[in-house]
Design a protein around this ligand. Structure first.
Ligand SMILES: C[S@@+](CC[C@H](N)C(=O)[O-])C[C@H]1O[C@@H](n2cnc3c(N)ncnc32)[C@H](O)[C@@H]1O
Length: 319
């Protein structure tokens, strides 16, 4: 078992999540990204400690930290269950516990501030640490495995597609040249090779030149694209009529995926061969926020990480 840490991630848009999901006594709720439990706690309190919450995280450190926090807060054990699993597998995990329908689901995607703040996890390009980046340290390839093992074209495509890095080809080329001499093991080593692959005057003005590549590597290491798609797909199926799903994203790629999926499920299915475009099947969901909810100026000031957060939500109308 991994050791917990008594520092908590500051959750974003907590009030907005609760007003969108409207937790009620008796609700079965799922938090697909427990972290250190800030949102989970808010959902439990909003349901007057009379619902049941199942919370997922891939990182055992988060689970242990949240567990200690809940115990210290006197949250009754019967009210929550923590699961060390990928949220992409939510349907199977809940089915194995006899749960096939739930009322409220939250996704709060990506890494927590605890990940970035701990150099030993290797998420940050600003501090030195091992090139790891796995949420679940018990299995899977690390960022070092990818940087030292993928071929140049695959690296370049990853940096471009998941990091929107316009210098992706140059950076991948430089990485492959350097690793032929010496493999990458540390974040600062990789960050400085990436920074050195483009002229200083072309560095992005507000972020470290390796930020986008580090994001792309994190997405690949943790299979975040597939986990989001599978998790969201299953979540939509699991909801009972009247049930709600809320998703918080921090990157434009993720937000686009959520927006498209929500638009799809909130639209009637029209018969493409019908000249009158008659509706074949009515939409099963309704959009709860046509425009994404974002942090207030006050929250942005207090928690700068909330600046890039976007919250969207849907309600199931029928099965
Ligand atoms: C932004 S943090 C969530 C913070 C949380 N809402 C809170 O209040 O502390 C995202 C969390 O999701 C976890 N995570 C990321 N991908 C996951 C996945 N595919 N399945 C389960 N957990 C995942 C990370 O380990 C991280 O703890």
């Amino acid at each position: 078992m991994e050791k917990s840490m008594a520092v908590f991630h500051q959750p974003v848009l907590v009030k907005e999540v609760c007003s969108l999901l409207q937790p009620r006594p008796g609700d079965v709720m799922v938090d697909l990204n427990l972290g250190t439990g800030g949102h989970s706690l808010a959902l439990i309190e909003a349901s007057e400690r009379q619902g049941h919450l199942i919370s997922f995280d891939l990182d055992e450190v988060m689970i242990e930290t949240a567990r200690e926090r809940f115990c210290a807060g006197g949250v009754p054990e019967g009210v929550y269950t923590f699961v060390h699993a990928n949220h992409g597998d939510v349907a199977e995990v809940l089915a194995s516990r006899g749960i096939t329908q739930v009322d409220k689901i939250l996704m709060d995607l990506g890494a927590s501030s605890i990940h970035f703040d701990d150099p030993e996890r290797g998420f940050s390009c600003q501090v030195d640490g091992p090139l790891d980046m796995r949420y679940d340290r018990s299995e899977g390839d690390t960022a070092a495995d990818i940087v030292n093992g993928w071929d140049e074209e695959d690296l370049a495509n990853l940096f471009y597609e998941e990091g929107d890095e316009k210098w992706s080809r140059r950076m991948a080329k430089r990485i492959v040249e350097r690793r032929a001499e010496r493999k990458f093991e540390r974040t600062q080593d990789l960050a400085s090779v990436i920074a050195g692959s483009i002229p200083r005057k072309l560095w992005p003005p507000k972020i470290h030149p390796a930020t986008r590549v580090f994001l792309a590597l994190r997405v690949a290491v943790n299979g975040e694209v597939a986990a989001l798609r599978n998790g969201m797909e299953s979540a939509l199926k699991l909801l009972a009529p009247g049930g709600r799903l809320a998703v918080i994203t921090f990157q434009s790629h993720e937000d686009r995926t959520v927006k498209r999926k929500f638009r799809e499920v909130c639209s009637d299915v029209v018969d493409q061969n019908d000249p009158f475009g008659r509706v074949q099947e009515k939409a099963k969901f309704k959009d709860l926020a046509r425009r994404p909810l974002v942090a207030s100026a006050e929250e942005e000031q207090e928690n700068p990480r909330s600046r890039s957060a976007k919250l969207r939500g849907v309600e199931k109308i029928r099965n």
